[in-house]
Design a binder for this molecule. Structure first.
Ligand code: ZN
Length: 288
């Protein structure tokens, strides 16, 4: 009798749980999401993937829903990926598997010639600096505030032509050094850079690779990044409104010329900023 009751309960729980996976397939470097209804007795825990686990947050605009962003790593090879949802119903723990197909993003390759000192930094001091800056950035991206600061759609950080897309495989002086981790905008030195959305300034620094850098925390593990700046108009910890000026563009750090490099991190994963913005604006921030 007890066993029968238990079986009934499990089946019922699974049937009762209605989630919406936004895409059945995505390319590496892109983002998708899952929407969950808020239901009495259900406590959502997380969505786990081999690459890490994604928290389930309150929807930024619709308080009747929960959601989880799923950022797919650039290095994820085409495959069928399992996402395991962990949740509790009336105090009992459950999990449920969802599957998503990962496609090849078919990103282009880009040859870049830069001065040798910037490609293979040999001095210990420079190596230490790079490593410290990397650790600091990872600590920031790994800091997840439960609250969302987002109240409306994202905007571009400047109105200008895009000169290099996210995802191009980067070949520096003939050796493969990763991929282009953001979107580049054409920007003469001194062009205004604005905040893509509301947030809090998480970092203002001059870094070896990214030069003059501002990182904005939008809450719930979402960060936007602004690189190679020549002037800062904001301070760490400052609350920022969408479209507020962060500073001016420049040619600082590892660059071949002045431009703005704009990037997005979700749960520490670098994703295509323009695809992320389109997804947020058209599917998550639009419906209300
Ligand atoms: Zn760039």
């Amino acid at each position: 009798m007890r066993l029968l009751f238990l079986l009934f309960f499990v089946t019922y729980s699974l049937l009762a749980l209605e989630y919406t996976l936004a895409d059945t397939s995505i390319a590496n470097g892109k983002t998708t999401f899952i929407i969950f209804p808020k239901e009495k007795g259900i406590v959502y825990d997380r969505v786990a993937h081999v690459d890490g686990s994604y928290q389930i947050f309150e929807h930024p605009l619709d308080k009747t829903k929960m959601y989880a962003l799923i950022p797919m790593s650039y290095y994820q090879t085409p495959s069928k990926e399992k996402l395991r949802l962990y949740y509790k119903k009336n105090g009992a723990a459950f999990d449920e598997d969802m599957f998503i197909k990962v496609k090849d993003g078919k990103y282009a390759k880009e040859q870049i010639q830069v001065s040798k000192s910037k490609v293979n930094p040999t001095s210990e001091a420079v190596k230490n600096r790079i490593s410290k800056e990397y650790d600091e950035a990872m600590r920031i991206y790994g800091t997840v505030n439960q609250e969302s600061y987002i109240k409306s759609a994202f905007i571009a950080p400047m109105q200008s032509a895009i000169t290099s897309d996210f995802g191009k495989a980067r070949v520096y002086n003939d050796s493969l050094k990763g991929y282009h981790s953001g979107t580049d905008y054409r920007a003469a030195v001194g062009s205004a850079i604005i905040a893509s959305n509301d947030g809090i300034v998480a970092l203002v620094a001059d870094r070896f690779y990214s030069g003059g850098t501002v990182l904005l925390d939008h809450g719930q593990g979402i960060y936007t990044c602004y690189f190679h700046m020549s002037r800062f108009d904001v301070k760490k910890g400052q609350k920022i409104k969408k479209a507020q000026q962060l500073g001016l563009s420049g040619a600082s750090g590892r660059v071949t010329g002045p431009h703005l490099h704009f990037a997005v991190r979700i749960n520490k994963v670098q994703v295509d900023p323009l695809q992320f913005i389109e997804l947020m604006n058209n599917k998550i921030l639009k419906e209300i």
